[in-house]
Design a protein around this ligand. Structure first.
Ligand SMILES: C[S@@+](CC[C@H](N)C(=O)[O-])C[C@H]1O[C@@H](n2cnc3c(N)ncnc32)[C@H](O)[C@@H]1O
Ligand SMILES: [Mg+2]
Length: 222
């Protein structure tokens, strides 16, 4: 089946179930204008994040990898008015675009974008006694995915959800011989999750406007 077919189906679903609005469109346009890479989640994936946060009744969300805050907007829109989302971003230029996009979306009071290497910010969050978070969206440098999952468990409560994006690596995740650091780390993360005594999880392959990919969903048990 061709990418054209995947795109057409994604567009059909998105038009009917996850239509763009002014703030989402403006966020993507501002991200493009600032030269950010076009690697945000697709609209229907953003809506899935939104729905997962709603189903979870999430009040506190931690995102690792902000880019222009497109996924952040979908997630933050599921929060109650006293909710909080912390999004960790390494690149100050990305964070600047993200903050402007969040302000335009009216979400700047709910969302804090923290600049720095996520591993440093996660340490700082723990030291501050932040958490527990109800939902984690991990979508940054893939080589650190095992570390990010460990941190998510540390900052979780029983029942927290952990979503890890882009786990398929164009199918290479099943390649035991791959030496690609992102693939090796993703495999380590999947196996860590599978063996973790406090996690129950699955992973799903997806196709669509972002090509062939997939995500992992885990729940922290008691
Ligand atoms: C795939 S993009 C995030 C996309 C965003 N979640 C969305 O779907 O709209 C990954 C982001 O992670 C950031 N990043 C890369 N390494 C990082 C690190 N060590 N700590 C924090 N952020 C990092 C990149 O600068 C980039 O903005
Ligand atoms: Mg992603």
């Amino acid at each position: 089946m061709s990418n054209d077919r995947w795109n057409a189906v994604d567009t059909y679903f998105t038009d009917h179930l996850a239509p763009a609005d002014e703030a989402l469109t403006a966020a993507l346009e501002a991200s493009d204008a600032a030269g950010l890479p076009q690697i945000a989640v697709a609209a229907n994936q953003g809506k899935l994040l939104h729905l997962l946060a709603l189903v979870q009744g999430a009040r506190r969300i931690l995102e690792i990898g902000t880019l222009g805050a497109y996924s952040t907007i979908w997630l933050a829109r599921a929060l109650p008015s006293d909710g909080q989302l912390v999004s960790l971003e390494y690149n100050p230029a990305h964070a600047e675009v993200a903050r402007a996009n969040l302000a335009r979306a009216g979400l700047d009071k709910l969302v804090e974008v923290r600049v720095g290497a996520a591993l440093d910010s996660l340490g700082a969050l723990e030291a501050e006694g932040a958490g527990p978070f109800d939902l984690f969206f991990i979508d940054a440098d893939k080589v650190n995915n095992p570390n990010y999952v460990e941190w998510a468990v540390k900052l979780s409560r029983p029942g927290s959800l952990i979503i890890v994006d882009n786990v398929v690596r164009e199918g290479a995740v099943a390649d035991t011989a791959s030496e690609d650091p992102a693939v090796v780390a993703t495999r380590r993360m999947v196996e860590l999750v599978g063996e973790h005594p406090r996690l129950t999880a699955t992973a799903v392959q997806t196709v669509g406007v972002r090509g062939y990919d997939g995500f992992l969903l885990a729940r922290v048990q008691g």
